[in-house]
Write a protein that binds this ligand. Structure first.
Ligand SMILES: C[S@@+](CC[C@H](N)C(=O)[O-])C[C@H]1O[C@@H](n2cnc3c(N)ncnc32)[C@H](O)[C@@H]1O
Length: 294
């Protein structure tokens, strides 16, 4: 009996995936650039099943119809993308990167920018999840307003595909897990207690403009221009090579000539783009716009 059920489980796990599941996988890739390899299909199936339960749908075929031909298709696609995007993040997630931005990159950008008359910086957190990354950046910038940023203004654009995460970000209330790396100075200066959680200060919120943006939306990406810094950390890991190349090309076009791009700790532009120069900072890296050896 035990042997039989183990065998049937093995057979099940080697069985070809449902063809409509494969179509859903391809649709998600087409819409959001997120690719689920065959060995990740099971995880995608689970996420679809959650939505199918909500809609009382029994087969992947019917669910595929919901995503493609039924009148609810657009809303359902958004709901499915909310399920499948992974929003792991926290405040001060990458301290060496933050130190590099503050002490190395920001002074370089200000030096370049001082040549232009407009003393205003634009920073974009692309794939901001629940907001910890852009709020961290904002607090760092606010810390500099009395010194390096005296006489300057700045804005932070924060975008994500996941509507639920964006609502959380706009609300600005964070639990102990999200704030586990938050230095005491920042906790005291920029947060107020909200039960067991922490609420971000309204002044910080005012600098950060959250909106829904799909990084693979070719039209909307054209509007992301005039940027001094782009952070796109731990987002492109879910993309395949072709989608990564397209997104990075948009970043290149959106950055000002001296602009910097930051990726996650384990990510690089190797094999993706040669249009940026790698900058080594203590325990972290950045990319500056401009071809190597130019
Ligand atoms: C792991 S989180 C990274 C959060 C933050 N950048 C950090 O490093 O802490 C990845 C985020 O990328 C977003 N994402 C995935 N695909 C996207 C797409 N096509 N367009 C915009 N955001 C996307 C997800 O919704 C998720 O919030």
């Amino acid at each position: 009996m035990t042997v039989l059920s183990a065998t049937s489980r093995a057979v099940e796990s080697f069985a070809a995936p449902d063809p409509f599941m494969v179509r859903i996988r391809d649709l998600i890739y087409q819409v959001a650039g997120i690719f689920h390899a065959d060995n990740k299909l099971r995880a995608l199936e689970e996420r679809c099943m959650r939505r199918m339960q909500v809609l009382a749908i029994k087969t992947y075929r019917d669910y595929y119809d919901c995503l493609t031909v039924k009148s609810i298709r657009q809303a359902e696609l958004v709901a499915l993308l909310n399920e499948i995007t992974i929003g792991e993040t926290c405040f001060f997630r990458n301290q060496p990167q933050i130190d590099g931005i503050r002490n190395i990159v920001l002074p370089k950008i200000l030096e370049q920018r001082a040549k232009l008359s407009l003393r205003h910086l634009r920073i974009w957190s692309a794939g901001c999840s629940t907001g910890e990354e852009p709020y961290t950046l904002c607090m760092i910038m606010l810390e500099e307003t009395a010194t390096r940023l005296k006489g300057w203004t700045f804005e932070i654009l924060a975008t994500d595909l996941n509507e639920r995460s964006l609502n959380h970000a706009k609300n600005g209330v964070y639990n102990a897990y999200s704030t586990r790396n938050l230095p005491a100075l920042f906790r005291e200066k920029y947060f107020a207690a909200n039960g067991n959680d922490l609420q971000i200060d309204r002044n910080v919120k005012n600098y950060v403009n959250f909106s829904r943006l799909n990084l693979t939306d070719e039209t909307k990406m054209l509007f992301m221009k005039g940027l001094d810094m782009i952070l796109c950390c731990n987002v492109l890991i879910y993309f395949d090579g072709a989608s990564k190349k397209r997104v990075i090309q948009h970043f290149y076009n959106g950055l000002l000539p001296h602009g910097y791009l930051f990726l996650g700790h384990s990510e690089s532009l190797y094999g993706v783009s040669e249009d940026f120069r790698l900058v080594h900072m203590p325990s972290s890296t950045a990319y500056v716009k401009g071809k190597r050896n130019v």
